[in-house]
Design a binder for this molecule. Sequence first.
Ligand SMILES: C[S@@+](CC[C@H](N)C(=O)[O-])C[C@H]1O[C@@H](n2cnc3c(N)ncnc32)[C@H](O)[C@@H]1O
Length: 245
Amino acid sequence: MPSKRRDQLFAESLGAVGKFIFDDRVAEVFPDMISRSVPGYQSIVQHCGDLAERFVCADSNCYDLGCSLGATSLAIAKTVTASNTRIIAIDNAPAMLSRCRAAIEHFKPAVPITLIEGDICDAAIENASMVVLNFTLQFVDPNKRSALLANIYRGLNPGGCLVISEKIRIQPAPLDALMVDLHHQFKRAQGYSDLEISQKREAIEDVLIPETREQHIDRLQSVGFESATIWFQCYNFCSLVAIKG
Ligand SMILES: C[S@@+](CC[C@H](N)C(=O)[O-])C[C@H]1O[C@@H](n2cnc3c(N)ncnc32)[C@H](O)[C@@H]1O
């Protein structure tokens, strides 16, 4: 059963705040952390299931890159009805993957989910009808992002879709400041203290590197996607869908 433990990792004053990593302590509280930190997270995961129902077709693969505890894979597995499909879920954090494995064993999805421990930048993407990067690209070295998306584009079948959900930087700067402020208001409403918000922010700086929506759309077009749009946005969090023509 996935953990319901409350995220209090940044509740006490830490003195020196270390860099954020997806270790055992984070994995233990991750469902609570992400749903109280990312406005719209549950909706995005659930709507990935809706998209999968349309896009995942028979005899193809669906990839969940940076799968964490498997929330997106499990949402997709609930809606896919096409035959002979497989979800391939990849993550490079052993602590996340071991809990993902336990969640899959617990929920016993009808569609098989293959777990791979590894770097998504080295992943073989083949015969894909759908690829999802839910809040993962933002953790990939910016210099590797174009090559990763080009690899995904190559591995997608014509008509296949890519979903990218990210924290984004807004332009111009005053609007970015407003969105960051609204995001912090959301976190306070979720029960996080100002200390928790500022320590988490410090830990994640330089680890999560957000880009603008324009950078995302330009990159998608530069690797070959003919059409891409934002289908969900709340403050400085959004989700894009791109289709291979
Ligand atoms: C914010 S979490 C993703 C949440 C998840 N997609 C969901 O919907 O619940 C980011 C995940 O990406 C993984 N990750 C980051 N960089 C990665 C990389 N280069 N290769 C594989 N996994 C990576 C992390 O270990 C972490 O589990």
